[in-house]
Design a binder for this molecule. Structure first.
Ligand SMILES: [Zn+2]
Length: 135
């Protein structure tokens, strides 16, 4: 398994306690900290024994395989939710405004409201032989 060279995992600061970590479509919560090393446990603890130890920005140890498939959708949804909660606490914007802004930047495709916003990728503008059929 090859990890991307920079930033193999992402940390998400949650409001209540500590952090969550996203790595490879899996989500982890802090199990404990020993010196500089953070022990993360899969959020499916109880059914999944996968653990990761990190030091600074490096994964220094992996224990056990996940017993379930990665779930990028729930990971991305969690990031959006945490962002909304933080924004609501730290800004003066209304909840309605914050949710709207967060959904705009979330990875889910945004529903276009005008024809001008409907940007069709070039690959979908051509017929099988390459002729343009959509303007
Ligand atoms: Zn797991």
């Amino acid at each position: 398994m090859v990890e991307p060279p920079d930033q193999p995992f992402r940390l998400i600061k949650t409001i209540r306690r500590g952090s969550k970590m996203m790595e490879g479509g899996f989500m982890y919560t802090v199990q404990r900290r020993i010196g500089d090393v953070v022990h993360w446990q899969c959020k499916e603890r109880g059914t999944c024994e996968a653990r990761i130890h990190t030091k600074d920005t490096d994964i220094v140890k992996r224990t056990n395989e996940h017993t379930h498939a990665p779930d990028d959708k729930s990971v991305s949804g969690c990031e959006t939710k945490v962002g909304i909660k933080r924004e609501a606490r730290e800004s003066h914007y209304s909840a309605h405004h914050i949710v709207g802004e967060s959904l705009q930047t979330a990875s889910a495709p945004v529903q276009p409201t005008t024809l001008a916003e409907l940007a069709l990728p070039a690959v979908y503008q051509q017929a099988a032989k390459g002729e343009q059929f959509s303007l």
